[in-house]
Design a protein around this ligand. Structure first.
Ligand code: UDP
Ligand code: MG
Length: 324
């Protein structure tokens, strides 16, 4: 029997939180009358997360698991979850209990009312630095300005999705996956329920440095906007207009003015360096898009599975699994 609700949690070095996650999810789901599964995607953890998943699966077969061959990143782990979830509705959550399972019943209720996507909207963010809050705010403002898609403010990846939304997302084969943009792109009926985002139950955040967050932001922008590519065009027009004015000014001064010393070396140097900078930045932006096109063209598999728990053979479309 397929469960009605699949709860998907990506797992990267979350050994200390998994048992508690299972306990809380079970507690909440047993109060609803829905059948459910908890699908844990082990994204190449270096701690004992895999062993904990194996043990949870042995104790409760509603816990199912997939282990990747290495770390493929959050977006890919979620993708594997969507590929293997069996439920009619899928709830996507962090493994660290920042997204409270206690919200599931409200989400499920909205889904039963006929909504296809139910976002968790955060009222407040506990245990997060002001730097993370400020950069997140700036980032979502920017994204709203330069893309067509309407990413709801103050939402993370915590959400419920109907099967048809999941199937739509599974039809998007792109490698640079920005789910927070892909889900609004799908459309259908979307709504939100608000909650208080808790602090992490245990362990440490994996997205707490600029080094981890910047690639995420660039992926988001390049997947949904051409505005950076157009910047070079705009800059080109501005520079052309300015130089047109400068040419007129120089001609005027040459013809009608006798006591003006024209053009110092410094002016020339500054103009050349400035334009050199603009050109390099434009090239870099083109490079960002080009590299992504190259990734798409290579068509490598999105992820490789090392082993699974409770996933039927053949359901993974892969032959790299060992039979042990
Ligand atoms: N995660 C993952 N792969 C990664 C990094 C993170 O699967 O490469 C998982 C992590 O285990 C957690 C979720 O993604 O379940 C969100 O990560 P985290 O809680 O560290 O981020 P934050 O909530 O602080 O933004
Ligand atoms: Mg978290």
């Amino acid at each position: 029997m397929k469960p009605t609700i699949s709860i998907i949690a990506p797992v990267y070095n979350e050994e200390p939180v998994l048992a508690e996650l299972h306990r809380r999810v079970r507690q909440v789901m047993e109060q609803t009358s829905e059948s459910w599964e908890l699908l844990l995607i082990n994204d190449g953890s270096r701690d004992q997360s895999a062993a904990v998943i194996a043990q949870l699966h042995a104790e409760d077969e509603r816990v199912r698991g997939i282990s990747f061959s290495r770390n493929f990143g959050f977006q890919i782990a979620v993708t594997a979850g969507l590929d293997h979830a069996q439920g009619e509705a899928i709830i996507l959550t962090d493994a660290d209990l920042q997204d409270p399972p206690e919200l599931y019943p409200a989400m499920i209720e909205k889904w039963r009312e006929g909504y296809d996507v139910v976002y968790g909207v955060r009222d407040s963010r506990k245990g997060e630095t002001w730097f993370k809050k400020a950069t997140a705010l700036a980032f979502y403002r920017l994204i709203r300005r330069i893309t067509d898609i309407d990413i709801p403010l103050d939402t993370g990846d915590f959400r419920l999705m109907d099967r048809r939304v999941v199937e739509a997302i599974r039809q998007m084969p792109e490698r640079n996956r920005f789910l927070r943009g892909m889900v609004p792109w799908v459309g259908y009926r979307q709504t939100g329920v608000s909650y208080e985002r808790a602090a992490r139950y245990d362990g440490e955040s994996k997205f707490n440095s600029v080094r981890r967050m910047l690639p995420f932001a660039i992926d988001a922008i390049t997947s949904f906007s051409y505005v950076p590519l157009q910047l070079a065009t705009y800059m080109g027009f501005v520079m052309a207009a300015l130089s047109g004015l400068a040419i007129l000014a120089v001609i005027y001064l040459r013809l009608f003015s006798t006591n003006v010393e024209l053009a110092g070396q410094a002016t020339t140097l500054v103009a050349v360096l400035f334009l050199g900078g603009v050109q390099l930045i434009s090239l870099g932006i083109i490079g960002e898009y080009l590299g992504r096109i190259y990734d798409e063209v290579k068509k490598r598999p999105l992820y490789l599975i090392d082993r699974t728990w409770g996933i039927e053979k053949g359901a993974t479309h892969q032959r790299n699994e060992r039979s042990r």
